[in-house]
Design a protein around this ligand. Structure first.
Ligand code: G6P
Length: 611
């Protein structure tokens, strides 16, 4: 939530910051702003998308080789020009950009008001920059020291960059709970919420840790922790291609990412599944694998789409490895004093690796002695660094706010984890294990085949684009897929949709069914097929409209459903990897037809770094 970018070096800062903000817009797009130093400290900010800021500043001279920029997802104060970042201090000498929430801002604000400060915005961020200036003046200290003293008093989460009119070569960056990456160029530095604004210029980055403060002064960088203890910066070389973060001819990132899935699933398995040698190995699990082997219970914590992947994992781990699994919303888990025993293992799933609730759930579980495995996409993010073991999904950057390829990547990795555990525990036979490895290797080709249904799904989308509600029903492995299908539709098309276990329909949702109600059934040829067919009959008997995702060659449902989408056959446990594809496409096309902004749906953000 909120994207921040800063630059200092020998180039013009504005174009770099603007491009960076566009890359980070997935994190929030309520308003955007920049501050540039060129003799004066000039701030330009505007409600709306980065493009609106660009239009607003067109024709102005935006010189300066040092500057900061921000794209906002509103927490304190409605999205408007005044609440947009950067915010300035009382004197106007300092400017700040901030991602996170300062929880004790109200008491600090009151203290400052008593001293005569006046605030122009409703934000916690403006309070912080006033506070920093107040400390600097009262203690007659350096800006760096004032930032440090202020942050010691602050409760909450932040990634900030501060600049000062009086220190024209300095950028001060700090983080706690919100991500911050520093790109190290030749005589220039880039600071951003993630590496996407940086990769175009350098692949050398430093991930700032919590409670660290970085000071860039000219071409010098130093990092200390909040208690002034110097740290030696560790420079990582990142491997991210520019084309991975561009649309590459697709109309939207979401569509590109849907179509990338056969490639991204292959990437998730690369070097891990070697079916012809009957080998499956996830190196990141090795060190703590014994803990997984002896786990009495696995607890999965996640949010949103990642939580749905966790539900699929529940079926996988229980079926194959015969270990009980509980799947928890991280936001509930962290506040309900959960019982965590010595032999419990926690798996945290997160695309971004930055979700605040998931991070807090991890910290809680750790404090109770649990071992945490992470399943994340963004390399070097906070969650992979906070967990003791785990596996990246290697799906490549996911930029569309609605998660697609991360979901299939997460399920691929969780399937591999479950199979690896089952194999070592002996809860799966050697022949079944080999069969599943071979089937896993066939998944990318089947995904490719499912993507060929795009035109048919576009046609169906046109039929139902004006519906006001949708129901998604599935059983077993396809129940979480039903939840995910409904989530995708509501996120990007703003049509109300509910996912339900098909058998539960008769305990409530059936009351909603009439000729206006489209019901999407995921009715593949698996163990509950006949029962789902009965549920379809029940919907048809009440004149509901049925769109059924079925296995290729199905004849029975063809005779009852209004629309049938045939997907390739795969073992039941691997079905979600294929059955979710038509649902992603359905939501995409419906949203486009309704004129919605698919990549930037209203009110949402991709990285939820506030609780
Ligand atoms: C937000 C995103 C979702 C995502 C969820 C969890 O709500 O819009 O797409 O599933 O956060 O994010 P994570 O990065 O932890 O998977």
């Amino acid at each position: 939530m909120c994207g921040i970018v800063a630059y200092t070096g020998h180039r013009e800062a504005f174009p770099i910051i603007l491009k960076g903000l566009k890359r980070l817009e997935y994190r929030g797009y309520d308003s955007a702003g920049v501050a540039l130093l060129n003799g004066d400290l000039s701030v330009y900010k505007k409600k709306g998308k980065v493009a609106e800021l660009e239009e607003f500043v067109a024709g102005q001279s935006l010189d300066g080789t040092i500057g900061i920029g921000h794209t906002r997802w509103a927490t304190h104060g409605e999205p408007n020009d005044t609440n947009a970042h950067p915010h300035q201090s009382f004197s106007g000498d300092l400017a700040i950009i901030h991602n996170g929430i300062i929880e004790n801002y109200e008491s600090i604000r009151q203290e400052l008001v008593n001293k005569g400060h006046q605030f122009t915005s409703d934000t916690d961020t403006e309070v912080l920059i006033h506070f920093i200036e107040d400390i600097q003046k009262n203690s007659n200290t350096s800006l760096e020291e004032a930032v440090r003293l202020a942050l010691q008093k602050v409760v909450g989460a932040y990634a900030i960059v501060v600049m000062s009119h009086k220190e024209p070569k300095q950028l001060i960056a700090a983080r706690k709970g919100s991500p911050l990456v520093i790109g190290v160029g030749k005589g220039e530095y880039f600071i951003a919420s993630d590496a996407t604004p940086i990769v175009e210029y350098t692949n050398e980055v430093i991930y700032l840790d919590d409670r660290e403060i970085a000071v860039i002064d000219g071409d010098q960088l130093s990092i200390k922790n909040i208690d002034s203890v110097p740290k030696t910066p560790y420079i990582h070389t990142i491997d991210m291609e520019l084309e991975a973060i561009e649309k590459g001819g697709y109309e939207h990132f979401m569509l590109k990412e849907i179509f990338e899935q056969s490639k991204s699933i292959t990437a998730s398995m690369r070097g891990r599944v070697v079916a012809d040698k009957h080998r499956l190995h996830l190196g990141g699990l090795t060190e703590y694998f014994n803990r997984l082997m002896s786990a009495d219970r696995i607890m999965i914590v996640a949010c949103g789409t990642s939580w749905h992947a966790g539900l699929v994992a529940e079926y996988l781990f229980e079926e194959f490895a015969r270990v009980p699994v509980e799947v928890e919303y991280a936001s509930e888990f962290r506040y309900r004093n959960p019982v965590i025993r010595e032999n419990d293992v926690v798996i945290a799933i997160s695309q971004s690796g930055e979700t605040a609730d998931t991070l807090a759930a991890i910290e809680l579980a750790k404090s109770k002695g649990a071992i945490i495995f992470g399943v994340c996409n963004v390399v070097g993010a906070s969650i992979p660094r906070a967990t003791q073991a785990g596996a990246y999904i290697h799906a490549g950057p996911e930029i569309g706010v609605a998660s697609t390829k991360a979901f299939t990547g997460q399920i691929t990795v969780l399937t591999m984890m479950a199979l690896m555990l089952a194999h070592r525990k002996g809860t799966i036979s050697e022949s079944k294990f080999r069969e599943f490895l071979a089937e896993l290797e066939k998944i990318p080709a089947k995904v490719e085949q499912a993507l060929k249904l795009n035109d048919q799904i576009k046609y169906i989308s046109d039929v139902f684009k004006d519906a006001r509600n949708f129901l998604y029903l599935g059983r077993g492995y396809n129940f979480p897929v039903a939840l995910e299908g409904a989530l995708k539709l509501k996120e990007i098309s703003y049509i109300h949709a509910e996912g339900y276990p098909a058998a539960e329909m008769k305990h409530g949702p059936i009351a909603l069914i009439d000729e206006e109600m489209p019901v999407v059934f995921i009715a593949t040829a698996d163990s509950s097929y006949e029962k789902v067919v009965s549920n379809i009959q029940e919907v048809k008997a009440r004149r509901g409209k049925v769109i059924a995702i079925v296995t290729e060659g199905d004849t029975q449902i063809k005779n009852i459903a209004d629309h049938v989408i045939e997907i390739p056959k795969t073992p039941e446990a691997l079905t979600p990897l294929i059955s979710v594809i038509p649902l992603q496409l359905l939501s995409y096309h419906v949203a486009v037809m309704r004129g919605c902004n698919v990549d930037q749906p209203r009110n949402l953000a991709k990285s939820v770094t506030v609780e």
